[in-house]
Design a protein around this ligand. Structure first.
Ligand code: GTP
Ligand code: MG
Length: 183
């Protein structure tokens, strides 16, 4: 008799990508999706969607849906639709502009408030990315960022560069692994 392999499990994960204007959210998504990078800045209006299928292993298939949200949406103004059924979130900052790190906690609080309903809070993994680490004046206080993540319950953080393709894949894989662990 011929034994057939069982069909792989198919997962659909929606991941939100947030953070201030110009920190590199669209560039990170683009790098992850098709490997490209552009120095031109085209601000995102509303939200852009991208899909990627990952053959995680022989028994697991993951359909990633990235929601690249405009920094202009500002904290508190993101519509509830953006958050619905999200499996995880990424908050990006730009270490060359310290105020974008200050904003991280506000983006985070916004997320948490949206994930609380009728007094019930459901937890999703949230990852922090310090992008543009290729720039020499991108100063990151590793200790400070690490402590911030521990304090706020982030699942972790990575210094990344969409330009030089540093840690983009690793960060996404790390997050997907965290989501899968909760399944
Ligand atoms: P909004 O859509 O307005 O919220 O901005 P965004 O977060 O999507 O930023 P975007 O990806 O459009 O990038 C803004 C600018 O930063 C662009 O000029 C990019 O080329 C540049 N940029 C993005 N990532 C990097 C990086 O890793 N290194 C360097 N040097 N520049 C980057
Ligand atoms: Mg954008």
């Amino acid at each position: 008799t011929v034994s057939t392999l069982p069909e792989p499990r198919q997962f659909q994960f929606k991941i939100l990508v947030t953070g201030d204007v110009g920190v590199g959210k669209t560039s990170i998504v683009k790098r992850y999706m098709d490997g490209g990078f552009s120095t031109d800045y085209r601000l995102t209006i509303g939200v852009d969607f991208s899909l990627k299928n990952i053959e995680w292993n022989e028994s697991t298939n993951v359909n990633l849906q990235l929601w690249d949200i405009a920094g202009h949406e500002r904290f508190g103004n993101m519509t509830a639709v953006y958050y619905r059924h999200a499996s995880a979130a990424i908050i990006v900052f730009d270490p060359t502009r310290p105020h974008t790190f200050k904003s991280v906690s506000r983006w985070y609080e916004d997320l948490i408030s949206k994930f609380s309903e009728d007094g019930i809070r459901w937890e999703i993994p949230v990852l922090l990315l310090a992008n543009k680490c290729d720039l020499p004046y991108a100063k990151i206080d590793f200790e400070e960022v690490h402590e911030f993540c521990e304090e706020h319950g982030f699942v972790g953080w990575f210094p990344t560069s969409a330009k030089e393709n540093i840690n983009i894949d690793s960060a996404m894989m790390y997050l997907v692994e965290k989501i899968l662990k909760n399944k």
